[in-house]
Write a protein that binds this ligand. Structure first.
Ligand code: N01
Length: 542
């Protein structure tokens, strides 16, 4: 980026899927803008999460940009579920195609972003000492980008290698001949464990909460199938946008309790055989809201685990008991089968908690395990974590962290704006559908909404847009009410902030569905950005 370009219409933080598209849209609309990105290349989540086995659990045909027909026709996904290197190649392809790199400053972290009410500008300090001012401050920092390495006594004394899945090295990590320990059995652990087990001399899995997981049944794409998808993509795109979670899903129309056990078993078996993210959870319409219905799916998966895992004691340790679907639904390739290998040991750290990391491994309340490598698949400080990594201050110098009281009082309007922080937009922010949707659909919707909004402000001579407190309180209440109608809020999960020590509990995702959400956002815009205060510009800033 040219060093003279320090006074911008918009600063965008992050060069993942959302930041790249935001850059493209704003540049096309004639706004001066720049992306600041901590990594040395594009990709965001897919740049950092390079751990073995990393794949997207949303089918590749739905997990791409849809804004450009040309782009859709130029890219062909090799498999039903794309692996991380292929997704990263795709993101690089997009960055090259739209010549995005010239407005991205890599290896640059935004440290602070302070709103100056007098000047109506955001003052942004970068970690290289550079300052930038911008009319608009747009965060495209992702929901799961602040890695969580739990505070464990003695980690600094460990003589071996250790990695977090969300910050995986760019060089190949060698497992061969090593005794590897993996802590964590969420999506990242469940994807990486089978792959590490194939290479490592021995793998010890430290599991705190057993998880429900069902087979992905990944396959290479049939060219004829892709041809058909391409021919019908407009219709598919509409279905994605109007759906509940951003992928077209055939949702069962009756309660799990309406069917006799044999029929339920038949449908669950069919879903298990078919594989895929929403297949099992969509079999019936009440698995996420009715505890008794949920129990039928729980028991079905537990029976599958007992069937797959040969050692009954190990199988017993792997049986989950929380409400199915209330932690992220996981699909896997040979996860439970991995526990049949001779070189894999499962340790229940709920029963015997990890006490400390020693120079030579991990010590639990029962035993000490010698390890050459520890892999932390321990997740993220989700939603608010990536925003709190920056010192963001709105009117009167109030920081976002103070306003949201460290996360417990998180309040947004539509998950896009928050009162007291004028001209700041959060792409896939807290209280939007974000992580409980196909992120690509939610990202495109937010980016398009924000760029339309900036165009509207410019066309109408408006200089300030700020969420009203009333509107945000109502939105916050609505989000909570919708979430409380489900079983999601009954489980300790990262959705609830429960995975981070000291983080207050609260459900920060809008569960009303991406189709409904899109309609709400469109209605707000159609009504002249109802719920936002709009103030005429004192100067022709844009
Ligand atoms: O993280 P997680 P993740 N001692 O928080 C355990 C997305 N994603 O990186 O459940 C011992 O789900 C923790 O135990 P518990 C997806 O949205 C998508 O796997 O808290 N264990 C849990 O088992 C996903 O949900 C893909 O009791 C500790 C694990 O670590 C999100 O990212 C792939 C511990 C953390 O699981 C996060 O997934 C990967 C401790 N002190 C990720 N602290 C796709 O396929 C934590 N744990 C697209």
């Amino acid at each position: 980026m040219a060093s003279t370009q320090l006074n911008l219409d918009a600063v965008i933080v992050g060069a993942g899927f959302s930041g790249l598209y935001m850059l493209h849209r704003l540049r096309e609309a004639g706004f001066s803008t720049c992306v600041f990105e901590a990594g040395d290349n594009v990709g965001g989540t897919w740049y950092w999460n390079r751990y073995p086995g990393a794949r997207c659990d949303v089918e590749s045909i739905y997990y791409n940009y849809t804004f450009s027909e040309e782009l859709l026709n130029e890219w062909t996904w090799s498999a039903k579920y794309a692996e991380q290197p292929e997704i990263l190649r795709y993101i690089n392809f997009v960055a090259d195609k739209f010549d995005l790199r010239r407005d991205i400053q890599f290896k640059t972290r935004v440290n602070t972003a302070h709103y100056d009410e007098e000047k109506n500008r955001w003052d942004i300090q970068l970690d290289n000492g550079q300052s930038v001012t911008a009319k608009f401050f747009i965060t495209a920092v992702g929901c799961l980008s602040a890695s969580n390495v739990p505070k464990m006594k003695g980690l600094e004394t460990f003589k071996g290698e250790w990695y977090h899945t969300g910050h995986w090295p760019h060089e190949k990590v060698e497992f061969k001949g090593k005794r590897v320990g993996v802590i964590g059995t969420g999506s990242s652990g469940i994807q990486s464990i089978p792959v590490i087990a194939q290479e490592a001399e021995h793998l010890t899995v430290f599991q705190r909460t057993p998880q429900y997981s069902s087979p992905a049944r990944n396959t290479a794409h049939d060219p004829e199938y892709l041809k058909e998808i391409r021919a019908n993509y407009n219709e598919i795109k509409t279905q994605m946008q109007q759906s509940a979670v951003g992928i077209p899903v055939v949702q069962g129309e009756r309660s799990a309790l309406e069917d006799p056990p044999e029929e339920r078993q038949r449908l669950f078996e069919a879903a298990w055989e078919k594989g895929g993210l929403m297949t099992l959870s969509s079999t019936y319409n009440d698995l996420s809201i009715n505890p008794e219905a949920n129990e039928t799916a729980q028991e079905f998966i537990r029976s599958k685990i007992r069937e797959v895992v040969k050692n009954p004691e190990v199988a017993e340790k792997l049986l989950p008991s929380f409400y199915y679907g209330t932690k992220r639904t996981i699909i896997d390739t040979n996860y439970f089968e991995t526990y049949n290998r001779d070189n894999v040991t499962l340790i229940d750290v709920r029963k015997a908690p990890i006490q400390e990391i020693t120079a030579s491994g991990i010590k639990t309340a029962e035993e000490e395990y010698d390890l050459d490598m520890i892999v932390f698949a321990t997740g993220f400080d989700a939603m608010t974590g990536p925003l709190f990594k920056m010192d963001i201050r709105g009117k009167d110098g109030v920081s976002l962290k103070e306003k949201w009281a460290g996360g417990s009082q998180t309040r947004t309007y539509l998950g896009i704006g928050t009162a007291g922080f004028p001209n700041m937009f959060m792409l896939t922010g807290p209280e939007s559908p974000s992580v409980l949707s196909n992120m690509m659909v939610s990202i495109e919707q937010h980016v398009e909404w924000v760029s339309d909004c900036l165009n509207y402000l410019r066309e109408n001579g408006l200089g300030v847009i700020e969420a009203n407190e009333d509107a945000e309180n109502n939105w916050n209440q609505h989000c909570r009410e919708v979430a409380d109608m489900t079983l999601f809020t009954k489980t300790d999960s990262w959705y609830m902030g429960a995975n981070i020590e000291g983080k207050a509990r609260g459900f920060q995702i809008y569960l009303g569905g991406v189709g409904t959400y899109r309609q709400i956002c469109d209605d707000v815009a159609d009504k002249g950005y109802e719920g936002f205060a709009l103030i005429p510009s004192k100067e022709p800033v844009l």
